[in-house]
Design a protein around this ligand. Structure first.
Ligand code: COA
Ligand code: ZN
Length: 303
């Protein structure tokens, strides 16, 4: 049996939050179901944020409510604050992804809070979620650089990760929100975290702004990380982080990991259908770099 790597497709959240075309709840569900049908283990299906701040994520309650948990796919939804937690819980979410920050600039721009205030709220959410039986993934945004405050000190990221792993976060996701990391930095930070905590509760979230997404995934795999976020068809970009483009494309990550001998559970044919659907629905998804090569290769393999 080959070693497993869990891919969380964040396209329905990180991707769709920033598209000129706003999808209906039915279209969002169609995309989520296509990604699930490709064997992707985990999907971030939307966010409970202010519909004034991010109109494309209005209706996430309906998305979550119609994706009954308990099946083979793990679903999570992003939250920025306690109100988001309450809304996610009311919609029936079994897992939430709360955002922490490695810079004050990003915390202010994204949620009008300081880094420290976001930590206090996250600790409160962890306590509430423990009582409610809801999983909490804590993502640390701008873990390598911030568009407002510049380069991030890896020591700051490690301190936040240490604190929230100790407080019982189910997972910590190291997020390169603007795609600023290089592979040596990705390797160094993840190696330190894996050495201190083991890899089971750690994941990485890379954006592909400078074509370094896959290189950074590889670097983190070499450190022992076995959980990665990726976005179908490379959809995305954060509306509050100038210059950020989409996450590394799910099809590129899945192809690379499968060819390296890891088991992602993904059916590449079905994944390309989901990627085509993302392109069709949004009209703007770039599509993974691997697609042009994968399509004829898969057709030939099918004979
Ligand atoms: N979901 C829905 N509405 C929310 C909310 C949430 N999680 N948190 C706050 N709100 C509402 C409040 O009820 C209030 O509504 P009203 O104007 O109708 O009274 C309004 O948003 C402002 O609330 P306030 O607590 O003053 O928030 P703020 O203005 O200090 O901060 C945020 C605004 C945080 C709600 C908003 O910036 C946001 O949702 N940001 C998310 C950004 C995001 O999604 N980034 C990308 C992913 S990391
Ligand atoms: Zn992101």
């Amino acid at each position: 049996m080959s070693e497993q790597i869990v891919i969380t497709d964040v396209g329905p959240r990180d991707g769709l939050q920033n598209q000129p075309r706003i999808l209906s709840v039915a279209q969002r569900l169609e995309l989520i179901k296509a990604i699930a049908a490709a064997g992707i283990a985990s999907i971030e299906v939307g966010s409970f944020v202010s519909p004034k701040a991010v109109p494309a994520m209005a209706g996430t309650d309906a998305v979550v409510a119609s994706l009954a948990s308990g099946g083979p796919v793990h679903y999570t939804a992003l939250i920025p604050n306690m109100k988001g937690y309450e809304l996610a819980k009311a919609a029936g979410a079994r897992s939430v992804t709360m955002v922490l920050y490695a810079s004050d600039g990003m915390a202010q721009k994204n949620v009008n809070m300081s880094m420290a205030a976001a930590e206090v709220v996250t600790a409160d959410i962890l306590a509430a979620a423990r009582a409610d039986g809801i999983e909490v993934i804590a993502a640390i945004a701008v873990a390598f650089a911030c568009p407002f405050d510049g380069a991030t000190d890896p020591g700051v990221v490690r301190a936040v990760a240490d604190k929230f792993l100790a407080l019982g976060a189910d997972q910590i996701a190291i997020a390169d929100t603007i795609g600023a990391a290089n592979p040596r930095q990705a390797r160094a930070l993840t190696a330190d975290l894996v050495r201190d905590h083991g890899a089971a509760r750690l994941g990485c979230h890379f954006h592909d702004t400078r074509a370094l997404g896959l290189a950074n995934v590889f670097a983190a795999v070499e450190s022992g990380i076995r959980r990665f976020d990726a976005s179908i068809a490379g959809l995305g970009g954060c509306p509050f982080a100038p210059g950020a483009s989409g996450n590394v494309a799910t099809e590129d990550v899945a192809m690379m990991l499968e060819q390296m001998g890891y088991d992602t559970g993904v059916d590449l044919d079905a994944l390309l259908r989901a990627s085509d659907l993302a392109e069709e629905l949004t009209g703007t998804a770039p599509g993974g770099r691997s697609k042009a090569w994968l399509k004829p290769w898969l057709a030939k393999r099918a004979g």
